[in-house]
Write a protein that binds this ligand. Structure first.
Ligand SMILES: *Cc1c(COP(=O)(O)O)cnc(C)c1O
Length: 395
């Protein structure tokens, strides 16, 4: 068995995306800024892709710029809103403690530059309460940034409600929608979104390409200075094949979205039910308001890293915490934010399913997680203390 259950870290490319890229590399190698026909051919491909992506979000093509991915889009969204806020004398930003590091580290830097940041509680279920957002807004608040869906525990925020509150208070609303684009329906107008970040490799497109949506009238500050590409908002010759691949991947994702989500929810719930039969284990985050393919668990008395490596030996590719923190021994900031203790947070496992996941694979995963957890507990001093009553079970 070879099972890929790490689609939240990255996804395999859709054949239509690869085909679009190959065609583009063969046929539109020109520089979109060149005035000759070869250049204009590339420019056309770029602008068609922009139109297609915009349509999928109910945005206008002019409201999108292409970036190197989700991290760059997050950085630019926050920096742009902060620059605008500074001009207006507003230097307060609201976000949450369990954002992606692309947001959290940018916020830390803005704090060092004189901004103040309020991080909203995401509660034990991993969900922001709209009333708490409203209460946190001050006259000097310039930006609210709340991720659409969490990359570790998969919880999906009430984006439209949060957006409506921001709009009513005249505060810019950014959402890191990297985990949501292609998985969940998005309408930037109906959901009152001012800024939105996305990344192609999370929806079966290529790596190193993404986009930032900025509502008309929201000025973007360039992070990269140079030529006048992307209407002066992002310098550098555009990666036309990657953009074409991203547009093709999104088209496929949107076309199959409902069917794929319905199928994934059934598999997800089967996996949750199976893992719940393991003693002293618990699901992280709300069981329903979560991404269709996300399952995140904590197992008491187990090291997540060891669990991950032993599962890899058995052919299952999963993740412990987020891809960005695995390798580091700090427990996941996401799990700490929903109130997991350090010990419990260390025993975390994320399984993120994809369109190729089958029921047989789910059953194989449950059986093998059960096995490996029992095996690891067999020689865990933490588990021994728990079973001998020297420490109290939490889960
Ligand atoms: C993957 C991810 C990012 C970073 O995107 P890159 O394209 O890899 O830079 C940002 N936010 C979330 C929620 C993600 O899952």
């Amino acid at each position: 068995m070879k099972i890929y259950a790490d689609n939240a870290a990255t996804t395999p490319m859709h054949p239509a995306a690869m085909k679009a890229m190959l065609r583009c590399m063969e046929e539109c190698y020109g520089n979109p800024s060149s005035l000759h026909t070869t250049g204009q051919r590339a420019k056309e491909t770029l602008e068609t892709a922009r139109e297609e992506i915009a349509e999928a979000l109910n945005a206008a093509p002019r409201e999108l710029i292409f970036t190197s991915g989700g991290s760059e889009a997050d950085n630019q969204a926050l920096r742009s809103a902060a620059a605008l806020g500074r001009k207006q004398g507003k230097t307060h930003i609201i976000s949450t403690a369990f954002e992606h590091h692309a947001v959290l580290h940018t916020l830390e830097r803005l704090e060092r530059e004189g901004f103040s940041v309020t991080l909203l509680d995401v509660h034990a279920d991993g969900l922001v309460r709209p009333a708490e957002l409203e209460a946190a807004i001050r006259p000097d608040t310039c930006l609210v940034s709340v991720m659409y869906a969490n990359n570790e525990i998969g919880t999906v925020q009430p984006i439209r409600e949060l957006g409506a509150i921001c709009r009513a208070h005249g505060v810019l609303f950014h959402t890191d929608a990297v985990q949501a684009v292609g998985q969940l329906p998005i309408d930037v107008q109906a959901q009152h979104i001012d800024l939105l970040s996305a990344s192609a490799h999370k929806f079966h497109g290529p790596k190193g390409i993404g986009f930032l949506y900025a509502r008309r009238g929201v000025p973007l500050t360039p992070l990269i200075e140079g030529g006048a590409q992307e209407r002066g908002k992002r310098a550098g010759t555009e990666n036309v094949p990657a953009v074409a691949g991203m547009a093709a991947a999104l088209k496929e994702a949107v076309a199959g979205m409902e069917e794929n989500a319905a199928r994934l929810r059934v598999l997800r719930d089967r996996l949750i039910e199976g893992l719940n039969t393991i003693p002293h284990a618990a699901l992280n985050g709300d069981p329903i308001r979560r991404l269709p393919g996300n399952v995140s668990f904590c197992f008491e008395g187990v090291e997540g890293e060891a669990l991950l490596l032993l599962l890899d030996d058995r052919g299952v590719a999963a993740s412990s915490g987020s891809a960005c923190t695995s390798g580091a021994l700090d427990p996941s900031h996401v799990l700490l934010a929903i109130g997991r203790s350090h010990d419990v947070a260390h025993g975390s496992l994320r399984l993120s399913l994809g369109p190729d996941t089958t029921e047989a694979e789910i059953d194989y995963i449950v059986e093998n997680v059960r096995d490996v957890v029992a095996h690891l507990r067999g020689f865990s001093p933490v588990w021994r203390d728990l079973t001998e009553g020297k420490a109290a079970f939490i889960l």
